[in-house]
Write a protein that binds this ligand. Structure first.
Ligand code: DXP
Ligand SMILES: NCC(=O)COP(=O)(O)O
Length: 237
């Protein structure tokens, strides 16, 4: 079984569009857990355009499943993670003005930086994951940072699957095999959807967790959040 962690950034986007508390991010997170999801993911960005730092603090008291906080480990992000003590922190090399995450780490040139940050989180009992492209050199580099897991950056898979090219999953299969051999846990995320998740899951050995936000919330507009969460859970069995 692969765990589903639902990214609720888009719920915060909707809330922020009007001010106030509708939809209520905390209630939605609790409901998603009640619907069966095994985790909640947030990715606060420095401009707090969707999830706010205060949301992370509030969610800490609400989330009873796995709590995963993603972001670029700038000093204020590191402080937030150490304050909120999530189950897992996922480090992502976001540019400050990125619309969304658009690259994995260069684990070779950032090895010393990543080693330091990862050691800090692990000393505090927080599981670590780092966002990487399906590039074998980057997977080898990830293993040298001491991280517990990697998160495979799946946008290229999603694009190739949508274009009808099933070969696009191959580099991810090879990356997962190597990561497992190097004793890294394997997560994945970005642009995964009801359309493409099953083929991905069936082709990625040892896939422990996927984090899914944008597509899942869009699909819920038509199908309802509870239905959609359960549709993913069925595909991830
Ligand atoms: C790392 C990753 O792929 C996701 O966290 C994604 O970037 C969500 O962030 P946005 O909701 O800001 O697009
Ligand atoms: N780590 C990926 C994530 O949390 C969600 O990404 P997306 O489904 O919003 O593309």
């Amino acid at each position: 079984m692969t765990k589903l962690s639902v990214n609720i950034n888009k719920i915060a986007t909707l809330r922020n569009s009007r001010g106030g508390q509708v939809p209520n991010v905390l209630k939605v997170a609790s409901d998603i857990e009640a619907f069966g999801a095994q985790g909640i993911t947030i990715h606060p960005r420095p401009d707090e355009r969707h999830i706010r730092y205060q949301d992370a603090r509030d969610l800490k008291n609400i989330v009873t499943t796995e709590f995963n906080i993603e972001g670029n480990p700038i000093p204020k992000f590191i402080d937030l993670v150490l304050e909120t003590m999530p189950t897992q922190v996922t480090l992502v090399p976001d540019a400050i003005d990125a619309v969304t995450s658009n690259a994995g780490w260069d684990t070779v040139s950032n090895k010393d930086f990543l080693k330091d940050v990862i050691a800090t989180f692990k000393q505090n009992g927080i599981r670590t994951s780092i966002f990487v492209d399906p590039d074998l050199k980057m997977i080898e580099g990830a293993a040298l940072t001491g991280t517990d897991r990697i998160e495979l950056y799946t946008e290229s898979y999603a694009d190739s699957y949508a274009a009808g090219n099933l070969e696009g999953v191959k580099s991810f299969t090879e990356a997962a095999k190597l990561a497992h051999h190097l004793e890294l846990g394997i997560n994945a995320g970005h642009d995964l959807s009801l359309d493409n998740i099953e083929y991905f899951k069936n082709n990625i050995p040892h896939l422990e967790e996927v984090s899914i936000g944008h597509a899942l919330i869009c699909e819920s507009l038509y199908l309802g959040l509870e239905n959609v969460v359960n549709m993913y859970l069925n595909k991830l069995k």
